[in-house]
Each structure stands twice: as structure tokens, then as C-alpha cells.
Design a binder for this molecule. Structure first.
Ligand code: ARG
Length: 572
């Protein structure tokens, strides 16, 4: 059980015994040290419900509250808050348990089958800054959910289908004849622009392109082969980025829109039979009363265009059917830009109405905001183009290299480069993950690469500082007892004991910034402990115990950053 669950359960039981069985314990980490380590704030609401005096109810609760061995002091504050001071011996045992376990003593959950769908790029173009957040957040959610014991499936729902692929394949065939394909395909954006130009300017080319689309969708073997070549090449570009960014995605995780092609006519027919389809200006539409357009009319979710073509919405319905029926998912997290929020609301609503998405299946759009430039508008290059992701990543590493060089000019260059990759990519990821995912943020190289404040370099540096203690310590007993006597020791032990709760909260809310705030807190409280409680200069059991607290700090920082997809270094 997590520490929060443990205390909550005990307070809950006491509330019940005091005559308020339906009240919520509302236990939280204390907001200030003078309020102890945890506060139970549920008494006031319970008293209101029972129409009784809150302080009197608090007295009754306290009389039966059993925190034997867990708390060393309980007190009532203000109108009926209960302040809980944890028992140092209890904290010491928790620390020892965490130290002895690879996974820091985390309770494994009831394993569910969880899909995290992320990145999901359109393969026609090169990856750009708009793909950064989803990739980073999705990867962190994969790691967190796996860590607590879920059975996690990664999914890259790439856009590999639709009319533009006819155009791209036609262009690929054309330039292959002149032997230029390899060269042009090195830069997907230019390739796309050139093929679009051909499409717009040459009607014969446009006809071929349209012909290819028809052939593609009807399964013509030759055109399919060409299309596969193009898809494979685009994925090579993506994989290079995933690797640079340290994302876990690989080819096995790709299941593109094309995969659902055969199911599209079937599912549209099923919608028709269920009476959910309306023909509107030649298109097949599901009208959803709960979503109104600007005119106040029910919004239309188009599943088939006039002329018979299928759309983004249709493949997404196919994907839901597959994920529920074939994969048997309990939970599916769609990590996609918040600007697609209406699409997902309509998608889930349609799927539920059609009976394809059962009540208990927890499918959610995990939306994220946009990365902004200093002018408060979506970040672009000076010439107004999308910032290519590969260039952004290279710049992050290069800037980190300058920084490392200025701090440690004497290190061999190869080593500085190695450090720079970890620091640069870590800084970029952390800057993103430390913000609430729902909001936009302004991109700022200096802030993310700073060694002060809530940044990756600060945390990575904190980790190396602990490592340097161990390099000097020489003797270290990994089985030594933890003893907690000083305030700084206790505060550090309390925060270390909260790791499990924070990780569960992140899994629950899909909000990685809670973990960032937590790790920053760990590093800060370690600094305080380090200043107040000499480690290497102390002796005997005290020294051994302080080394244990330092070891658990390092382990927590490493695991926590690891869950965010960020590496640590022994020295930097
Ligand atoms: N390929 C889409 C885009 O770039 C994102 C796909 C998101 N996932 C989904 N199941 N619709 O906008």
C-alpha cells in the first residue's frame, strides 16, 4: 500500500467508527511543516453533513484513529484539521524496504492492458516541432504504466493512407526513372513540395496520381508495393528521430491508418443498419446531438465522403473496433494535440452509440498544448516554416556541448559529447514534461539548459553530486539500518516515501509534470539534508544511515528521471 492509501484507510476507518461512514478522509501531504507530514481534512465536511461541531467530531475521530507505529504525534488544528506527524522509525523502515527493492518497493497494480498511442505522424512529411510533445509525453506514459505493472502496448497510428499517397507514389515512380529518387527522398518535405507542384501543374501527372489512389485502395499489388517502399522510407526518417530522442517506438509499434482499410465499408454499413447514418449532401454522416456547431445544430461526424471516399474519422472508428475486439484493451490513451479534442469527443461518442466501445473501456484523449515562440505564436523558423525536429534535436545537443565545454574544458571531447547528448535531450524533454500538458508553453533554450531551478540539468547534476559522495565514501554498507533523528533527515525520508504515490498519480492522471515537481522537491530536500547533516564526516551508524538516505535519493532520482525517459550520468 502507498503511504497515502495507508493513512487514508486508517482515517476512513476512524471516521466510520466516529459515526461518519460516508465521509471522505481527504488526506494530503501537509502544506507546511508546522502542520506535520500529512493532514486529514475530511472532518469539516463530515461534520457539516452530520450537523455537528467539527472540532468535537475531530476529537472523536482522534480517539479511535489507529496510526500505531505509523505516526508519532496527532493533533487537531483550526476548525477540525487533523495533523499527522509520521514516526521516524516507520519512515526508516519504508526507506529500507525501498532500498532493498529494484522497483523501490512499489506495490504492483492489478495488471490491465493499456495502449498508449503516440507520435502517429503523417508519413508524407518530415517530422517537425509539432511532433515533439506527443512523442515525449506518450513515451513517459508508456514507462510509468509499465513500471507499476500494467501490460502496455505502444502504438504509432501513422497517417499512411489517403489521396496524397497516390501523388507521392506517382512522383516517386517518375523520379526513379531519372535515378533521382534516393537523393530527393533524403528530404521528405522537399519531396512532398515537388510532387505537389507536379500535381498542380500537370494534369497528366494528376490523373496518374488519382489512378494510383484508386488502385491503392482496391489493393493493386504493383501500386501497393511502391506505396510500401515509400512508407518504409518515411519510417526510416521517423526511427532516426525516435532514436535521437530516446523514444521507445519502433517498427513493431506501427499500425497505420491503412491497416483498417478492409473494415471501413463494413463499419459504415453497420452504422447504417443501426440507424445512425444520415445522408447529407451526398456524404454519410453521424449527427451527434450533444455536440452543437456554431449555428446550434447537431455537429456532423462525416464517415464517408460524397463519391465514396473514407476519412480520418472512419479509420479511427476501425481502430477502435480493432483495439476493443482484437486487442481487448482495458484502457487506451490517445496522446494527440488538444486541437483535435472535438474529433475525439465525436469519435468516442459515435463508437459508444454504435456499441463498439463498452462502458468499462477507458478510452481517453490525452491532449497537449502547443510549443510557442517568444512572440506567443506557434514556434516557426525565421522564414515561417515548421521547425524540423532533427534540426531542433541537433541544436539541443550542440548547445549542451557548449555548456559542458565551458564548465569542464579539460574533459576529453568524446566524453563532453557523450554528456552533451544526455544533457541536451534530457533538458528538452524535461522542459516539456515539467509543464502541465494541457497548456501551451514558450520555448526557451536558456531556461531549459539552466543548472538552477526545475530543470533536467539541475536534477542530473544533483544525481552526480550524490554519486560523488559514494566515490569518496569507500566503505558503504548497502544493508545498513536507516536512523532518522534530524529534521532534515526526516524531511528527506518523508519525500522519498512519497515516490509511489506520485507515480500512481501520474499513471492515473496522465500528467507527468507531477513527477517533475516531485523530483525537484527530492533534489532540493537532499541539498538541505546535505548541508545540515554531514555524511562523510559523521561516524559509525549515523554515517552508514546517511549514506543509505543518499543512496535512496540517487535511486529515486534515477528511477524518476528514467520514467520520464531521461538518463543520468555519474559525472558531468
Ligand atoms: N496523424 C494524425 C495527425 O498528424 C494524428 C493521429 C492521431 N491519432 C488518432 N488515432 N487519430 O494529425
Amino acid at each position: 500500500m502507498t503511504i497515502l492509501q495507508l493513512i487514508s484507510a486508517r482515517v476512513q476507518a476512524a471516521l466510520a467508527a466516529a459515526g461518519a461512514p460516508d465521509a471522505s478522509a481527504n488526506v494530503q501531504p501537509a502544506s507546511k511543516p508546522e502542520f506535520g507530514d500529512y493532514q486529514a481534512n475530511g472532518v469539516m465536511a463530515a461534520a457539516k453533513q452530520l450537523k455537528t461541531n467539527p472540532r468535537e467530531l475531530a476529537q472523536k475521530v482522534l480517539a479511535v484513529l489507529d496510526l500505531e507505529g505509523i505516526a508519532s504525534k496527532l493533533e487537531i488544528a483550526g476548525p477540525g484539521f487533523i495533523n499527522i506527524h509520521l514516526n521516524p522509525a516507520f519512515l526508516a523502515r519504508r526507506a529500507e524496504t525501498a532500498l532493498a527493492d529494484e522497483a523501490l518497493g512499489i506495490t504492483k497494480v492489478d495488471a490491465k492492458k493499456v495502449m498508449v498511442e503516440y507520435s502517429s505522424v503523417n508519413l508524407a512529411k518530415e517530422m517537425h516541432i509539432g511532433h515533439l510533445r506527443g512523442g515525449i509525453i506518450g513515451d513517459a506514459l508508456v514507462r510509468v504504466n509499465s513500471f507499476i505493472g500494467h501490460n502496455v502496448v505502444r502504438q504509432n497510428h501513422v497517417g499512411d493512407w489517403g489521396t496524397q499517397f497516390g501523388m507521392l507514389v506517382a512522383y516517386m515512380v517518375e523520379i526513379s526513372k531519372s535515378g533521382q529518387a534516393d537523393l530527393e527522398l533524403k528530404d521528405l518535405d522537399t519531396f512532398y513540395k515537388h510532387s505537389k507542384k507536379r500535381f498542380d501543374e500537370d494534369t497528366a501527372f494528376a490523373d496518374t496520381a488519382r489512378d494510383y489512389v484508386v488502385k491503392l485502395q482496391s489493393g493493386d499489388a504493383e501500386v501497393l508495393k511502391l506505396w510500401q517502399q515509400f512508407v518504409k522510407l518515411s519510417l526510416t526518417h521517423c526511427n532516426a528521430i525516435y532514436q535521437k530522442l530516446g523514444l521507445q517506438l519502433n517498427d513493431d509499434d506501427v499500425r497505420g491508418e491503412s491497416f483498417y482499410n478492409d473494415d471501413l465499408p463494413v463499419l459504415v454499413e453497420e452504422l447504417r443498419q443501426k440507424g445512425l447514418l444520415v445522408e447529407d449532401q451526398g456524404a454519410q454522416v453521424v449527427f451527434l446531438d450533444e455536440f452543437k456547431n456554431k449555428e446550434g445544430e447537431p455537429a456532423a461526424f462525416i464517415v464517408q465522403k460524397q463519391g465514396g471516399g473514407y476519412l480520418y474519422a472512419t479509420t479511427d472508428l476501425g481502430a477502435i473496433r480493432f483495439r476493443v475486439n482484437k486487442l481487448g484493451l482495458d484502457r487506451c490513451l490517445y496522446v494527440v494535440d488538444s486541437r483535435q479534442s472535438l474529433h475525439f469527443q465525436q469519435l468516442f461518442s459515435t463508437a459508444r452509440k454504435a456499441g463498439w466501445l463498452p462502458e468499462e473501456a477507458d478510452f481517453q484523449h490525452i491532449g497537449h498544448g502547443t510549443i510557442m515562440g517568444p512572440d506567443g505564436k506557434p514556434l516557426k523558423t525565421r522564414s515561417g516554416e515548421n521547425v524540423k525536429l532533427v534540426e531542433l534535436l541537433d541544436e539541443a545537443v550542440e548547445r549542451a556541448f557548449q555548456l559542458v565545454t565551458s564548465k569542464n574544458p579539460e574533459l576529453p571531447e568524446a566524453e563532453r559529447r557523450q554528456i552533451a547528448a544526455v544533457v541536451g535531450i534530457g533538458a528538452l524533454k524535461y522542459a516539456d514534461l515539467s509543464k502541465s500538458r494541457n497548456t501551451d508553453y514558450i520555448f526557451d533554450w536558456d531556461a531549459m539548459l539552466s543548472f538552477e531551478g526545475n530543470t533536467a540539468p539541475y536534477l542530473q547534476y544533483a544525481y552526480t553530486r550524490v554519486q560523488s559522495v559514494f566515490r569518496k565514501a569507500e566503505d558503504f554498507d548497502p544493508a545498513a539500518k536507516v536512523l532518522i533523528t534530524e529534521v532534515a533527515e526526516k524531511q528527506l525520508a518523508v519525500v522519498l516515501a512519497q515516490f509511489e504515490d506520485v507515480v500512481f498519480a501520474v499513471a492515473d492522471s496522465s500528467q507527468p509534470h507531477h513527477l517533475c515537481g516531485y523530483l525537484y522537491n527530492v533534489a532540493t530536500l537532499f541539498s538541505r539534508f546535505y548541508e545540515a547533516c554531514p555524511i562523510l564526516k559523521s561516524e559509525g551508524q549515523v554515517r552508514a544511515s546517511r549514506l543509505q538516505l543518499a543512496a535512496l535519493t540517487a535511486k529515486t532520482l534515477q528511477s524518476g528521471l528514467g520514467l520520464l525517459g531521461i538518463e543520468v550520468l555519474d559525472a558531468m
